[in-house]
Design a protein around this ligand. Structure first.
Ligand code: UDP
Length: 282
């Protein structure tokens, strides 16, 4: 298998929203990291978080802890950029799984990295694999499985992944199920990298059409998804989006209160120290 060594990408900076640490990556640096992990072996995990995931993490500590254990957490979607704006943080690039997948397939085909697709309704991951191998000649999707199974079947699914000798496993079972599944089963899976990717097999299999480019560019893709699956998505977007903004605004106010308290404390205790320093002989 033709595999070049890749230079180790530098550690990226990170930031925190609603208690979740997120890596500040560009799409290219995220792909470099993925490639380096896949080539280098070991056992790594990467997750994508959007506003919905951060709402879930705010409500469920177990899920927040699972995200904290991931080796990389990528900033997915306009909600994270909006939150950074509110918090006065530099806005990160939108590193989402759906835009990443074609780029990842291109690299995997060039480097001989093997992919495994896990998730979606029966046949969806298989159709996505067929479509992507047609688009990217040389791409090896060495196995696939649907994502509707009980925990009794976990071991069988992990065995199938290991038999395929995949380097990267993409798990698309929706949040928080996929992240929890990865966390529970990570040690059983030999692949160097396991990533939670959401509903993207639905898009690449053609089961659900993706939003037009202008909606993706303007950060309104969520309106498209809401229109397509209103019964499933209304809670996530109609209730979830305002709730997310309200939580971030509260976080901003809390941070301000904390900053002021810290300044007051420093002013109170730093002054004598500053005077002492001033009197020291040069
Ligand atoms: N899914 C699955 N197993 C389950 C529940 C859901 O494989 O037990 C799949 C579902 O078929 C869909 C994806 O998980 O393909 C969830 O998509 P969603 O749009 O919720 O994901 P997002 O990208 O928004 O996280």
């Amino acid at each position: 298998m033709p595999r070049d060594t890749v230079s180790e990408p530098a550690e990226p900076r990170g930031f925190e929203i609603l208690g979740v640490r997120i890596n500040r990556e560009s799409m290219d640096s995220a792909l470099d990291w993925i490639e380096a992990r896949a080539v280098g072996g070991g056992r790594h995990t990467a997750q994508f978080v959007n506003a919905h995931c951060l709402n879930l993490a705010h409500q469920h500590r177990t899920y927040a802890r699972v995200l904290a254990r991931a080796d990389r957490v990528f900033a997915d979607g306009s909600g994270i950029r909006l939150a950074c704006g509110i918090l006065g943080l530099e806005r990160p690039d939108n590193v989402n799984g759906t835009d990443m997948l074609p780029l990842l397939c291109e690299r995997a085909a060039a480097k001989g990295l093997r992919l495994y697709f896990l998730g979606g309704a029966p046949s969806v991951a298989c159709y996505a694999a067929q479509e992507l191998t047609r688009r990217y000649p040389g791409l090896q999707v060495v196995g696939n499985s649907h994502g509707y199974f009980s925990p009794d079947t976990d071991e069988r699914v992990c065995d199938d992944i290991n038999r395929s000798r995949a380097d990267i496993v993409l798990v698309g079972m929706g949040a928080p199920r996929q992240e929890m599944w990865i966390d529970t089963n990570r040690q059983r899976i030999d692949a160097a990298l396991v990533m939670g990717v959401g509903g993207l097999f639905d898009f690449y299999s053609g089961r659900i059409p993706r939003a037009p480019l202008w909606m993706r560019r303007t950060g309104t893709e969520w309106c498209w998804r809401l229109a397509q699956e209103p019964a499933r998505m209304w809670r996530r977007y109609v209730l979830g989006n305002p709730l997310f903004v309200a939580r971030v605004v509260k976080d901003r106010l809390d941070r301000r209160v904390e900053e002021r308290a810290r300044e007051r404390l420093l002013n109170r205790y730093d002054r004598p120290f500053a005077l002492t320093m001033h009197r020291l002989p040069s």
